[in-house]
Structure formats: structure tokens, C-alpha cells
Design a protein around this ligand. Structure first.
Ligand code: ADP
Ligand code: MG
Length: 402
């Protein structure tokens, strides 16, 4: 027996996942795994069509909420266009720039040059600092010239994060100004539909060839997307109602494919941790609840221990008195003092606690209302917890590390 064999057990992964990569965040599936977006695939395909024949690509602006497949569809179709062009003996190149990672004009321009160099397999050194945005663009135009690129498309993802429009303007001018003989186009993506007005004001109308809106997914589409990933799991591991349940919940709440896939992954992980043989609806419910707890923990991350004790007091009162819902400041205060003292903290004054409660209502966590009687504020104010008390209590416990 080998020594290393003794520790096999600690690396045990269970028998739930066959290929967990398929349901991890960050995994970018191939075009053949993109489902329910035929119309959008075709619209981007049409905009890029001329470029695959060596002509000018049409610039397209893509809007839609997060998790609606904008980045995925755009990247997959562009990659496919690159392949298609090769069969036509056309040099079609692209660069993908995620502006949330590269927010300044110089950083985004550098990333464009780097992406193009990468895709061309060009072995050039692009300085990280010390040169201006315009110099990075010149490197780009030189690459296009030297590699006889017929058409070039830049994907500017999350373009609303970009602090300047100059990159976009220079793309539309490059050919006219004789800087490049390549046909150049852009696909601009934004999670914010409001961004449209800003773009319209600032950008040349020639850039507004096409506009495409990605709607949130409905339950049917989400079901299809999830069913397409079932090979992430071992055969017969998923109970048959698991995917329909996640699809229905996600469609109702957000229509976000990323979150739906993540719920499926988390449900699988819970089953794995419990060493069970199947993933069930209970795992899904627990995964959804855990995600809510994590979100709430994030929301209260920066608050002081006193605010946490106050929220804890209100959550306990709410859970213990289901018929009441609203609680006066003084009642919350009395319990708060006990909780704070139990943790060895010096309680704040009642007036301070009253103010903190009113502040929490700005976070959307609680709601405070006058009861109608009198002027003396504190004691006549009532507070209501707007979240499930169990989520709040568990998030507080989690943020304490216990
Ligand atoms: N139509 C689809 N088919 C398959 N998977 C999808 C689809 N749409 C989204 N996804 C999955 O959801 C994730 C998030 O999609 P993404 O394109 O990044 O959304 P957005 O850019 O609109 O925020 C993708 O990485 C992919 O795993
Ligand atoms: Mg995106």
C-alpha cells in the first residue's frame, strides 16, 4: 500500500458531479450549448455577416439585464464569424474588452491591442504603462495593417463602465482618417438600458446601426438552458422536479441564467456535502435560502456590531410574535440591551438606537412609522422588519463566524 493512499478520503468528491465545470460561474459554453436565443444569435450574425466576406461589419448595441446571455451570445457568434471567414479566405479578427475590468480609455485601448495581438498570435510587446491611449490604438492599427486584416470587430462589454467615449469614436474614424484600411466595427454591450440615451447623445449616428435588447429569460428558456447542462451531473442524480423548480423560481425573481445555473450548482454541492445520492427539491430550497443569507450578509457587511444587535433584536421579536409584525422602539431597545450585554458590549442610548433604526429603513431592511400619537418621537415609532427573520438571524450568525 502506498503512503499517499492513506489520505484518499480527505479528497473525496462524492458521486454527484460528473463534470462540475459545466455549472461553474465563469464557464463560457460553446455556441452549440446556447439555447433559446436564436433571434439574437441571428441578429448579431447578420451584423457581422459582411465582415465574414471581407466587408464592413455593422456596429451593434446590445442592452439587457444581467444574466440574459449578452456576453455569451456576442462572444460565441463573433468566434463563429471568425471561423466562417476563414473558410472564405477572409481575415476577420476581433478583440474582447470587458470595460468593468478596464475602465479608463488607456486601459481599454491596451486591452483591445492585447486581445488582437493574442488572436493574431502576434508576438509583440505591448507596454503596460508609459504610453498614451492613442499609442495603444496606433499599435492596434499597425497590427491590422501588418497582418492584412480585412475586418475587425471590437466587443466593448459593460461599456457604461468606460470613463470616456474616445475609444469608440476613434474606432468609427480610423478608416476615414486613413489610419487603417481594415473595415472596423464594434459591438457595445450594456446592462443598463438607460445608457442608450447617453450613447445617443455622445456617439456618431453612424454607430447606431443596430440595437438589440435581450429580455430576461422565461421559465421555459431557463429550463432548456439548465437541461442542457445536466451532463455536469452523474446520470440519474437529479430528481426530475429539480430543474423545473429552479426554472420557475428564477423566472419569477429575475430571469437571470447565471443565477439559475448557480442555484443548480449550489444544490448539487449541498447534496454532495450531505453525501446523498440524489439532488432533491429540498436541496434547491436550501440553496436558494443560502443565497439569500449570503446576499443579506453582504448588505450588512459594513455595519457596526450595534446595528447588528438591533437587527437581531427586531428579528427575534418578529419570529417570536408572528401576529404582531410591528414593534415599538422601546421594546426593541430592551431586547437589544440584553443582546449587546451578552456579547460584552456597552449598550447605546435609546435615542441613538432609535436613530439607527431609522437609518436602517433607508437600506430597505426595516420600515419605521409613527403610530399617530404625540410628538415625542422615539417611543411612538414602530418598526417592521422587511425580511424573513430567519434569513436575518442566520446571516447575522454567519457574519459573526458562528
Ligand atoms: N442562452 C443561453 N444558453 C446557455 N447558457 C446561457 C444562455 N444565456 C446565459 N447562459 C449562461 O449564463 C451565464 C451568464 O450569461 P452572460 O452572457 O454572461 O449574461 P450577461 O452578459 O447578459 O450578464 C453564461 O456564462 C452562461 O453560462
Ligand atoms: Mg455580461
Amino acid at each position: 500500500m502506498t503512503e499517499s493512499g492513506d489520505f484518499d478520503d480527505i479528497f473525496k468528491t462524492g458521486s454527484i458531479f460528473a463534470n462540475r465545470e459545466l455549472v461553474r460561474i465563469g464557464h463560457v459554453p460553446k455556441l452549440d450549448r446556447v439555447v433559446g436565443r436564436d433571434q439574437e444569435v441571428n441578429a448579431i450574425g447578420q451584423a457581422l455577416g459582411p465582415a465574414t466576406m471581407g466587408g464592413p461589419p455593422e456596429t451593434t448595441i446590445v442592452y439587457g439585464k444581467t444574466g440574459t446571455g449578452k456576453s455569451l451570445v456576442t462572444r460565441c457568434v463573433t468566434r463563429e464569424g471568425h471561423r466562417e471567414a476563414r473558410t472564405n479566405e477572409v481575415v476577420f479578427q476581433y478583440a474582447y474588452v470587458d470595460c468593468s475590468d478596464y475602465q479608463t480609455e488607456a486601459k481599454a485601448s491596451r486591452e483591445m491591442a492585447r486581445g488582437l495581438a493574442n488572436n493574431l498570435d502576434a508576438n509583440i510587446d505591448i507596454p503596460r504603462i508609459g504610453i498614451a491611449a492613442a499609442d495603444y490604438r496606433d499599435i492596434t492599427w499597425d497590427l491590422l495593417e501588418n497582418y492584412s486584416v480585412d475586418a475587425f470587430v471590437v466587443i466593448l462589454d459593460e461599456i457604461d463602465k468606460l470613463d470616456d467615449d474616445e475609444l469608440l469614436r476613434s474606432l468609427s474614424r480610423a478608416r476615414e482618417s486613413g489610419k487603417a484600411s481594415t473595415h472596423i466595427g464594434a459591438i457595445c454591450i450594456s446592462n443598463k438600458i438607460e445608457f442608450r440615451e447617453r450613447l445617443n447623445e455622445r456617439i456618431d449616428s453612424s454607430l447606431q446601426d443596430n440595437e438589440l435588447v435581450f429580455d430576461p429569460y422565461d421559465a421555459g428558456q431557463l429550463r432548456e438552458i439548465l437541461l442542457n447542462r445536466t451532463d455536469a451531473f452523474e446520470p440519474d442524480v437529479l430528481d426530475e422536479d429539480v430543474i423545473p423548480k429552479i426554472a420557475a423560481l428564477s423566472a419569477k425573481e429575475h430571469g437571470d441564467a447565471r443565477k439559475a445555473i448557480d442555484t443548480l450548482y449550489e444544490a448539487g454541492r449541498l447534496a454532495e456535502k450531505q453525501d446523498t445520492e440524489t439532488v432533491t427539491i429540498e436541496h434547491v430550497n436550501d440553496a436558494v435560502q443560502q443565497a439569500e443569507i449570503n446576499r443579506f450578509e453582504k448588505l450588512i457587511e459594513g455595519t457596526t456590531p450595534h446595528v447588528k444587535h438591533i437587527l437581531h433584536a427586531l428579528a427575534l421579536l418578529t419570529a417570536d410574535n408572528p401576529a404582531e409584525e410591528v414593534f415599538r422602539t422601546h421594546r426593541i431597545y430592551t431586547l437589544y440591551v440584553k443582546l449587546a450585554e451578552r456579547e460584552g458590549a456597552d449598550p447605546l442610548s435609546e435615542d441613538r438606537v432609535y436613530r439607527l433604526l431609522k437609518e436602517q429603513s433607508f437600506l430597505g431592511v426595516t420600515e419605521s412609522n409613527h403610530t399617530g400619537g404625540g410628538q415625542s418621537e422615539g417611543s411612538y415609532l414602530e418598526h417592521r422588519l422587511l425580511r424573513d427573520p430567519e434569513i436575518v438571524t442566520r446571516a447575522l450568525r454567519q457574519s459573526n463566524g458562528d
